[in-house]
Design a protein around this ligand. Sequence first.
Ligand code: ZN
Ligand code: ZN
Length: 163
Amino acid sequence: MRLDLRDIIHVPGAVKEFTFDLDLSDLEFYGDKPIEEPVHVQGKVVNRAGLLLLEAEMSSNLHLRCDSCGRPFQRVKTVSVQRMLATELQDQEDDDIILLDGSVLDVGEVLTEEYVLEMDTKNLCREDCKGICPGCGVDLNTEPCKCKPDIDPRFSALASLLE
Ligand SMILES: [Zn+2]
Ligand SMILES: [Zn+2]
């Protein structure tokens, strides 16, 4: 998605709005492709007293796998973006400013990058997910651990007497 800003680039107060869907379903994160569904994008570029400002909100229902228990789950991920745009860079060091290609902003590319950067490195199905027992392999969210309790050798003789 490329946005031509020619109409607003020299017009203080002018606004250009956009909405589109990003298809990021091919992007892999740790072997999974969680952005199965389209990322809905809504935003605008505003000429604020001669400065161009990109504002956008992106949202998608992610299909994730819990890092603790391995269960699939879904979560809506919303990312808000506010970036300055410029036709030329005054200071090469300034990474915050997005350089236009003439009067054109490749808004699809810029926002893809922003969304990907906000993806979480760790995903839990819920804050207090108890995970899988490494001993018996049960999902501790739904079942109690089946591991036999370790018996103190001093008591094992006693335990065998009681059996
Ligand atoms: Zn979990
Ligand atoms: Zn166990």
